[in-house]
Design a protein around this ligand. Structure first.
Ligand code: HEM
Length: 459
């Protein structure tokens, strides 16, 4: 096993921001083997070398930043920094320029076009879909079964995405078809981001991916045709995208529409599903927090499925979600490219440099968070959270457009699932988080036992 290097090589010249180099870079590979073998341990080792740590990804240098004020500057300074870095570039190569990936030059127009689909007034309608899909999920669960919670929650959030982005005229069968395609498509996008070569080598996985892409494109094209035929504004993302115009005043093509919607799902589905899965997994190891959550959901829901009107009366459930987003922020890293020569805390940063704002490390700074590695939902009521250093939804003009949507879905799903089921990890081994595009908990086999009001976990 490869252990992260331990020696420190930092040489701070700025009194407030320490710069350093991650030691132990290997010829040609740099630090990639550490990242591949034990990604979180490698990330955890970086703060010892500074607030800005130069890491070698192969032959490229990446500046990993975890000082909150610097992160703020990088994410809000649109003159010096733009969306870029290998991840964004490669997602664009696979899915085109959607809102979540487009460079700043296109961003304002795309954001304006889609913003109305995320307005507060629509959240109650979306919450009804979230509640119905959570019901459908638990209706399939059987006492004594073992499920992979990570897969199950992903199933939930992709179903919600399909049902909310195209809210009208889509049959259950068509929705399920699209959802199943997404289950292959979204992980497939990630595979193509890290290993583009897979698209050039015939394999069953490539066939599955291509079939899923075809199902997605045909399915969305059918829905688009139906929307166009009626001309009705359904006040959902697809209606808005149909009304949108590109920089030359032209409507989006069907292929662009498919990619735009896929990018939205890519940004919203696994981020939210990982949050729900992490929450239930962390609660399984924390009997006190679990008991408090159960007391709250029992009192508020009284056996019902959680809906939009319950949000205000689920403060502890909300704090659990906030704490999960602190410890395991799904968007654990947000990268930017310097578009011209600039400086980073007073030091020169040449145009073309890539900086990675590591939200995972910002949220775990020992100088800002008490006992940072501990899951402690209580810290949210005791005022122990430095709000400037809590940025799970990013900052500035590209701050998450789906923040309220994602929080609503996570809180409501967590409340309903925790009220109805005890989930016990099958293995005592801690989860092995996988920081891919999203910081996923990896497979989480959990045994299901039904809960009744006030019942304690099975012994
Ligand atoms: C817990 C759930 C979520 C987390 C932690 C999260 C996190 C983030 C972060 C950090 C960004 C900023 C990226 C950047 O600056 O480059 C972002 C952007 C974005 N998110 Fe989310 N997200 C979540 C849920 C959602 C949902 C549910 C949707 C859609 C339904 C969504 C859609 C987007 C889009 C479209 C962007 C790009 C916004 C823009 O550039 O204007 N996200 N998200």
């Amino acid at each position: 096993m490869i252990n992260p290097p331990r020696t420190t090589a930092s040489s701070p010249s700025d009194p407030t921001v320490a710069f350093g180099d991650a030691p132990g870079a290997l010829p040609l590979l740099g630090h990639l083997p550490y990242l591949a073998a034990r990604p979180l341990a490698f990330l955890d080792s970086l703060p010892a070398h500074g607030d800005v740590v130069r890491v070698r990804m192969g032959t490229r240098t990446l500046h990993v930043v975890h000082e909150p004020a610097l992160v703020r500057r990088i994410l809000t300074d649109r003159h010096d920094f733009d969306r870029g870095g290998v991840l964004y570039d490669k997602i664009r190569a696979v899915l085109g320029n959607g809102l979540a990936t487009c460079p700043h030059a296109e961003h304002r127009r795309q954001r304006r076009a889609l913003q109305p689909a995320f307005r507060q007034a629509l959240m109650a309608r979306y919450a009804t879909t979230m509640a119905a899909e959570t019901e459908a999920l638990t209706a399939r669960w059987r006492p004594g079964d073992t499920v992979d919670l990570t897969r199950e929650t992903f199933r939930l959030t992709t179903a919600v995405a399909v049902r909310t982005l195209f809210s009208a005229g889509i049959s259950d069968r068509a929705a399920e078809h699209l959802r199943t395609a997404l289950e292959v498509l979204l992980p497939g996008v990630y595979t193509r981001v890290v290993a583009p070569v897979v698209d050039h080598v015939p394999s069953p996985a490539r066939r599955r991916y291509r079939r899923a892409l075809a199902v997605w494109r045909t399915g969305v094209a059918d829905i688009v045709a139906a929307y166009r035929a009626t001309g009705t504004d359904h006040e959902d993302a697809l209606s808005l995208l149909l009304a949108a115009r590109d920089a030359d005043g032209r409507p989006l093509t069907d292929a662009d529409l498919c990619d735009q919607v896929a990018t939205l799902v890519l940004a919203g589905a696994e981020t939210t599903s990982s949050t729900i899965a992490w929450a239930l997994r962390l609660l399984a190891d924390d009997p006190d927090a679990s008991a408090r959550l159960h007391a709250e959901v029992d009192a508020v829901l009284d056996g019902r499925t959680a809906d939009h009107t319950d949000l205000a009366t689920l403060p502890f459930t909300t704090d659990v979600v906030r704490e999960v987003l602190r410890l395991y922020p799904p968007a654990w890293s947000v990268t930017r490219t310097a578009v011209r020569d600039t400086t980073l805390a007073g030091r020169p940063l040449p145009a073309g440099s890539t900086v990675m704002c590591c939200l995972y490390l910002v949220h775990r700074r020992a100088d800002l968070f008490h006992d940072p590695a501990r899951f402690a939902p209580d810290r949210w009521t005791t005022g122990l959270v430095p709000r400037d250093a809590y940025v799970p939804f990013g900052l500035g003009a590209t701050r998450c457009i789906g923040d309220v949507f994602g929080m609503t879905e996570a809180v409501l799903a967590l409340a309903t699932l925790a009220a109805r089921w005890h989930l016990t990890p099958v293995s005592t081994r801690p989860p092995r988080p996988a920081p891919r595009i999203v910081l996923s908990p990896g497979p989480l086999p959990m045994r299901l036992a039904p809960r009744r009001h006030g019942s304690a976990p099975p012994s």
